[in-house]
Ligand binder design. Structure first.
Ligand code: KIV
Length: 252
């Protein structure tokens, strides 16, 4: 789709019922995000989420999905070493994931290479990486300074070179989202990264307006629709025709 200049939509899911709705709405990629720590478990970060939690929710989502690419987050500290990464990625793949997602930059290149060489497709995640919230000093826009932006592009290229097949970029200025999409051959999926990435991802509960706080970069798609199914379909259409994200969802 990137090669053809077509945008695609990604959405999180954590259970069978929503997975079925997402499948019916023809969303291209479903992410079992560790954001389940926030929106399902009611925690104040993703750090307490375990590999067993991720496997449990992946199995449920898998049962409802026969169409979208199913990607699952590797949770905090489940890929701190290469051995841990391999063992834990295997658990998620056996639970039904078709790709795993890891948060971090060039330091993960060897891990990404190891996983992809062993038949495990990998998605990177740069920018605001919620598992590092305490290191980052909060949930803040990343890559605002030139040096930080250059480092992020170098990180993303290192992940691509190591074998990553997708990259999520979270909460960065729109100009950097565009630079990343242009610099990489693989698709760049943005969340709060402006309109020029190859795809967009939103947390399900945010785009239905049922999370505790709607992030600035998200949009409540249920507001203009009469049912959840139509809201998810409208999200997919808005990503594909480029009407989401609008300027009010972007950072400078
Ligand atoms: O956990 C999650 O839902 C994510 C998305 C915000 C990209 O990683």
């Amino acid at each position: 789709m990137k090669a053809n200049g077509e945008k695609f939509a990604v959405i999180t899911a954590y259970d069978f019922t929503f997975s079925k709705l997402i499948e019916t709405a023809a969303i291209e990629v479903v992410l079992v995000g560790d954001s389940l720590g926030n929106v399902v478990q009611g925690r104040d970060s993703t750090l307490p989420v375990t590999i067993d939690d991720m496997a449990y929710h992946t199995e449920a989502v898998k049962r409802g999905n026969n169409r979208a690419l199913l990607m699952t987050d590797m949770p905090f500290m489940s890929y701190a070493t290469e051995v841990q990464a391999l063992d834990n990625a295997a658990i998620l793949m056996q639970a039904g994931a078709q790709m795993v997602k890891l948060e971090g930059g060039a330091w993960l290149a060897d891990t990404v290479y190891l996983l992809s060489q062993r038949g495990i497709p990998v998605c990177g995640h740069v920018g605001l990486t919620p598992q590092s919230v305490h290191k980052l000093g909060g949930y803040k826009v990343q890559g605002k300074e030139d040096q930080a932006a250059e480092l992020m592009i170098a990180d993303a290229l290192a992940l691509e070179d190591a074998g990553a097949e997708l990259i999520v970029v979270e909460c960065v200025p729109s100009a950097l989202g565009k630079q990343l999409a242009e610099a990489l051959t693989i698709p760049v999926i943005g969340i709060g990264a402006g309109p020029d990435t190859d795809a967009q991802v939103l947390v399900l509960h945010d785009m239905l307006g049922i999370s505790q706080r709607l992030p600035r970069f998200s949009k409540n798609f249920l507001e203009e629709q009469t049912c959840i199914q139509d809201a998810i379909t409208a999200y997919g259409a808005a990503v594909r025709d480029g009407t989401f994200p609008a300027p009010e969802h972007c950072f400078k």
